[in-house]
Design a binder for this molecule. Structure first.
Ligand SMILES: O=C1O[C@H](COP(=O)(O)O)[C@@H](O)[C@H](O)[C@H]1O
Length: 229
């Protein structure tokens, strides 16, 4: 078993500062992947936190045509729905708006959730390991669409790439699996606010208690970008 990598906490006053610093770090990683392998595969979160990071990342000078982006998870809604993560990512990230970067859409997987997850699983199985994962985290400690209490999704084994999730009171979701998230070469977490800071601290104490604990203890470590507000 390989030793756990470091948990590095980068702390900022504002989300703008955290986003700019994370964008710089991710751009450096992507460039190194492109130099080494000629391409890079990047997963980015949805929700409300990452838009500034995505905009800042898109301003970096990179051969974006060698980068493929995918969401860490997607709400099972129409691509035009305001809740769609893809919709937000495309709006915030210039290399996707202008067609330079590639994108793996989770919206093409079909109308039935279980069948869509199976189809997405096959698609992801054909992709190499992710080079960089940027995850968000909800105040309940969920990452991607792996929610507390989703025992099946949280305990999915290494051969599983995509998860169908039906969190209570929310639209169904499609998510990258724990193995896909943890298998990335570099893993970052972008969060803001006191509440999420405390949830992360609890997860460090009790890794099994929160889905975000899945990102702790991997050999690559975890880089946390936290903003006070
Ligand atoms: O539903 C989701 O929530 C998390 C956290 O979102 P935020 O709005 O609290 O930043 C996000 O990382 C995930 O991708 C998204 O689908």
């Amino acid at each position: 078993m390989s030793a756990a990598g470091p948990l590095l906490r980068h702390r900022f006053e504002t989300l703008a500062d955290a986003s700019a610093a994370l964008a710089e770090a991710v751009a450096v990683r992507l460039r190194a992947c492109i130099d080494a392998r000629g391409r890079a595969l990047l997963a980015v979160p949805g929700g409300t936190t990452p838009a500034r990071f995505l905009t800042a990342l898109g301003e970096h000078e990179l051969p974006w045509e060698k980068v493929t982006v995918l969401p860490t998870d997607e709400r099972f809604v129409a691509p035009s729905d305001p809740a769609s993560n893809e919709r937000m990512i495309r709006a915030a990230f210039a290399p996707l708006r202008d067609g330079r970067a590639g994108f793996v859409s989770f919206h093409n997987a079909g109308d039935d959730l279980a069948a869509a997850a199976a189809s997405l699983d096959r698609l992801l199985a054909g992709l190499p390991a992710l080079d960089v994962v940027v995850s968000g985290m909800g105040a309940d400690g969920h990452i991607a669409s792996l929610f507390p209490g989703d025992e099946r999704g949280l305990s999915a084994g290494p051969g599983v790439h995509a998860i169908a999730a039906s969190p209570p009171d929310l639209p169904p979701r499609l998510s990258l699996s724990p193995a896909r998230l943890r298998g990335a070469e570099h893993v970052c977490l972008l969060i803001s606010g006191q509440e999420k800071d405390e949830v992360l601290a609890s997860a460090v104490e009790l890794p099994g208690a929160f889905p975000v604990g899945l990102l702790l203890g991997g050999p690559q470590g975890l880089d946390v970008y936290w903003a006070k507000a």
